[in-house]
Write a protein that binds this ligand. Structure first.
Ligand code: 5AD
Ligand code: SF4
Length: 473
């Protein structure tokens, strides 16, 4: 499918602007002072990035913002469906707003995001949470003005969660959370269908933004003073393959790298099956692309990797790590691990432990397998007791704790460049920042340095971060 099919026509986006104006006029009638919105995005950075657009649209409609749901006139939860505990937490938070909703008919509760793309969840919300005003799906976030207008005008609940392969809506207003670091989605959706994963069902097919749109956005961010740009996608390594004029992720990175300015580039997430030597070579040559790779392996058993439909072997994965290290000796790796996938034996799990010892990740995210309705793994026999899975997770965390501490201690004595983020946690007068490798460094320094790149010498490794001191450049 060519990319032109994904784009929301300009005409439709202009119509939404018109609806936004109508909402603004209505709010001016309803509220003596601008109403406040509380928007919270759960889940991945892609969702956080969508949340910035939702806030952009709400700001256009005349909303101000607050950081507590109870103070808001409108609450919007941008939900995540990745694991059951994410969904449980969201149900809990929606439940906790019942009293707030009852306080005023003007209070509006809106839900969108990945959970809303699952019919059984929407049904449960319809039946058991009658005070939710608007539910809208992942493919229609650009229609928020139109949907909110009908909620405000008609005083009845609105549900709009169409099935779709997905869209790309360029040019939506964005209200970014920070002034230093920015998220830039380069693609949406996912075609991989890992057997445990709900994402392809709730986010639609993989679709890439036009490189020109991405480059223009990055250029503008750099001009505005942003110092760190993180490119986002479920599988950035397959960026551009389905564009009318195909381009590889490595080529896109090369073009972004050529944008003048003092900034750095990160990206996530990479799928090992699509990571290429070309990508590592571009990273190695570049001054701006950080030498950090989040490369989710999920597990260290070929049998389970196959059952997960990951389409690589442990050997191929280790080959990628070796190649990346050969061209970038200072590269750091992080990963995601799922423990207790259906049918995981002790031997499979030991394979994962062995893999951790071989790769020596800086850090990792680990999860107990969570059954997702509609995925292929949901119908697989899953007879490992939960207590065994929890025990495996604890063993994995303990091993990683040891490895992580060893890896961190190897940085002592090194001189590293960091982007200063804000106040550090190590005590009064400390600042904090991250290295290229995504490691946290706390160091004593003047708050005027916040927002700048500085060079620090690492003096000590704590178990969660490094300590350093400023080196004059
Ligand atoms: N159960 C547990 N973990 C999951 N992940 C994705 N789906 C599931 C699931 N059903 C994890 C994977 C992925 C990360 C974002 O979440 O490790 O890389
Ligand atoms: Fe959660 Fe996945 Fe949706 Fe991101 S894409 S919000 S991780 S379900």
């Amino acid at each position: 499918m060519s990319e032109t099919n994904w784009q929301v026509p300009q005409q439709q986006l202009l119509q939404q602007k018109d609806y936004a104006e109508q909402v603004r006029a209505l709010l001016e009638e309803l509220y003596p002072v601008p109403p406040l919105a509380y928007v919270h995005s759960y889940g991945c950075q892609g969702n956080v990035s969508d949340g910035e657009k939702l806030k952009g649209m709400l700001a256009d409609m005349g909303y101000g913002f607050c950081d507590q749901a109870e103070q808001a006139d409108l609450v919007l939860f941008n939900t995540c469906a990745i694991r059951e505990n994410a969904e449980d937490r969201i149900f809990g938070n929606v439940g906790a707003l019942k009293r707030w909703k009852a306080q005023s008919p003007k209070h509006k509760l809106l839900l969108c995001g990945c959970m809303m793309q699952q019919p059984h969840i929407v049904e449960k919300l319809k039946q058991s949470y009658p005070y939710v005003d608007l539910i809208f799906g992942t493919h229609v976030i650009h229609q928020l003005p139109e949907l909110l207008l009908s909620v405000l005008q008609q005083h009845k609940r609105v549900f709009y969660t169409p099935e779709s392969d997905g869209v790309i809506a360029e040019g939506l207003p964005i209200r970014r959370d920070g002034t230093l670091k920015a998220w830039v989605p380069i693609m949406y959706g996912c075609n991989n269908f890992c057997t445990y994963c709900i994402v392809p069902y709730v986010k639609g097919r993989e679709r890439s933004r036009q490189p020109e749109a991405i480059l223009a956005e990055v250029r503008q961010l750099v001009e505005q003073g942003y110092k760190e740009i993180t490119l986002l996608g479920q599988n950035v390594n397959s960026y551009g393959k389905t564009l009318e004029h195909p381009i590889s992720f490595a080529q896109l990175l090369t073009q972004i790298d050529a944008i003048p300015g003092d900034f750095r580039i990160r990206f996530m997430t990479s799928h090992p099956k699509d990571a290429t030597k070309e990508l590592f070579d571009v990273m190695a040559k570049s001054q701006k692309i950080c030498h950090h790779l989040h490369l989710p392996v999920q597990c260290g058993s070929d049998r389970i990797l196959q059952a997960m439909n990951r389409r690589y072997t442990v050997k191929q994965y280790l080959g990628l790590i070796d190649y990346a290290r050969s061209v970038m000796p200072d590269i750091s790796f992080t990963t995601d691990i799922i423990v207790g996938f259906p049918g995981e034996t002790l031997e499979d799990f030991q394979g994962t432990m062995e893999l951790l010892k071989k790769v020596r990740y800086d850090s990792l995210f680990s999860f107990i397998y969570s059954k997702r309705v509609g995925t292929k793994a949901a119908s697989m026999l899953d007879d490992t007791p939960h207590s065994v899975k929890s025990d495996r997770l604890q063993q994995l965390l303990a091993l990683q704790r040891t490895i992580g501490e060893e890896v961190l201690s190897e940085y002592v004595g090194k001189t590293l460049r960091i982007l200063v983020d804000g106040a550090g946690k190590s005590g009064e007068g400390y600042l904090t920042g991250r290295t290229d490798q995504f490691l946290i460094v706390d160091f004593p320094g003047d708050s005027a340095l916040i927002g700048q790149f500085v060079t620090v010498k690492i003096t000590k490794a704590l178990n969660w971060a490094l300590l350093g001191e400023l080196v004059s450049e």
